[in-house]
Design a protein around this ligand. Structure first.
Ligand code: ADP
Ligand code: MG
Length: 346
């Protein structure tokens, strides 16, 4: 009798149930949330409440740092947590709050080893905050650019595989990261933990970027931006529109992370923003002549940095490629730097 009732209900439901949007376009996360809301408005608002943390319950400790967001504090809420308090000075309208809630709602859909654990959020203005687990390790940014650690090819590959796994999961869930960079990737005892996915629009809203007289580009951000984003930067400034993020722009950013792991520096190092914007917008890439790495390793860069978004691989394909890289047994030195590892192939 079960089958009968199921088939009975499907024939009527199928007319009403909206089609789930799974397209490759940049609005995936937003559309999906809206679709969810449309489908189960009650369930949606109930589960939102479940993630609401009363601000008073948080014990806020030392400031860890400040980003585009506002500030990040060490804190305590049923254990050690990181608390991102959004700087809402510039915005106090309903629309922004809705936007924030929507981005938080993408957060609660994530459960993956390589993604930071979302614990909840304070959603009563003016106290807007996001609570996640506290990462005890260092960011790849700190390891690569400040501590100047050298990553051998094996470690580089293992780290990249974990990033690709976390990112592949996000994309499968219809979530775009929009701000993948070494500052948002922690390494804790060899395990990669990615943070700050899907929050870019809110952070942008918070910081009143639009009133700046220059482009207001934070250092070390530009080289993660795919050509289509770099090209829409001007339009964005003029019309205050959203940047054209997509899955492929996350892949471009992954390419830059791969480059940093390999070279220990950023592409277009030392060049002024205008020069980088001009080159990337025209489809020019950081030359790899001085990078002593195998063809396969360089090919990953070239693929991820493809000028046309459609030519960039997805994370499933990247995982495949990474898995096929020759695995060097650590015969010589466990900390063998990458620029000496040319012989890995031969
Ligand atoms: P950015 O990512 O550009 O550095 P953020 O506002 O995201 O700016 O972070 C500010 C500071 O807080 C950074 O030093 C970052 O490493 C740290 N931070 C962010 N999230 C966490 C976390 N979950 N655990 C520990 N430190 C964190
Ligand atoms: Mg961050």
């Amino acid at each position: 009798e079960r089958t009968a009732s199921v088939s009975g209900s499907t024939s009527t439901d199928s007319d009403r149930t909206p089609v789930r949007v799974d397209s490759q376009d940049s609005q995936v996360s937003d559309t999906e949330t809206i679709t969810d809301g449309h489908r189960w408005p009650r369930q949606n608002s109930l589960s939102m409440r479940e993630w609401d943390i009363p601000y008073d319950e948080l014990q806020i400790g030392d400031e860890i740092g400040a980003g585009r967001f506002g500030k990040v504090y060490r804190g305590y809420w049923h254990g050690d947590v990181a608390i991102k308090v959004l700087n809402m000075e510039y915005v106090n309208d309903e629309k922004t709050l809705e936007h924030f809630k929507m981005e938080v709602s993408t957060f609660r859909k994530t459960r993956h080893e390589n993604l930071v654990l979302f614990m909840g959020a304070c959603m009563k203005p003016p106290r807007l905050a996001i609570v996640t687990s506290l990462s005890k390790g260092n960011t790849l940014y700190t390891l690569i650019h400040l501590r100047k650690d050298k990553f051998n090819m094996n470690k580089t590959t293992i780290v990249a595989q974990q990033i690709a796994q976390g990112m592949g999961y996000l994309h499968a869930k219809g979530i775009l990261h929009k701000d993948l960079k070494t500052k948002n990737i922690f390494l804790e005892n060899g395990k990669v933990v990615i943070t700050d996915f899907g929050l870019f629009s809110v952070t942008k809203l918070c910081h009143g970027n639009r009133k700046g007289d220059s482009l207001g580009i934070p250092p070390g951000w530009l080289c993660y931006l795919a050509p289509e984003l770099v090209r829409s930067l001007h339009a964005h400034q003029a019309h205050n529109e959203d940047l054209a993020f997509g899955k492929a722009s996350d892949v471009y950013a992954f390419g830059t992370v791969w480059y940093e792991l390999l070279c220990g520096e950023w592409p277009f190092k030392g060049q002024p923003p205008e020069a980088i914007i001009w080159q990337v917008g025209k489809g020019m890439k950081q030359p790899l002549a001085n990078l002593q790495a195998s063809r396969d390793v360089k090919d990953i860069l070239m693929l991820c940095w493809s000028f046309h978004a459609k030519d960039r691989p997805d994370f499933i394909r990247l995982l495949n490629i990474l898995d096929k890289l020759p695995k060097k047994r650590l015969a010589r030195s466990p900390s063998h730097p990458i620029h000496l590892s040319r012989s890995a192939e031969s």
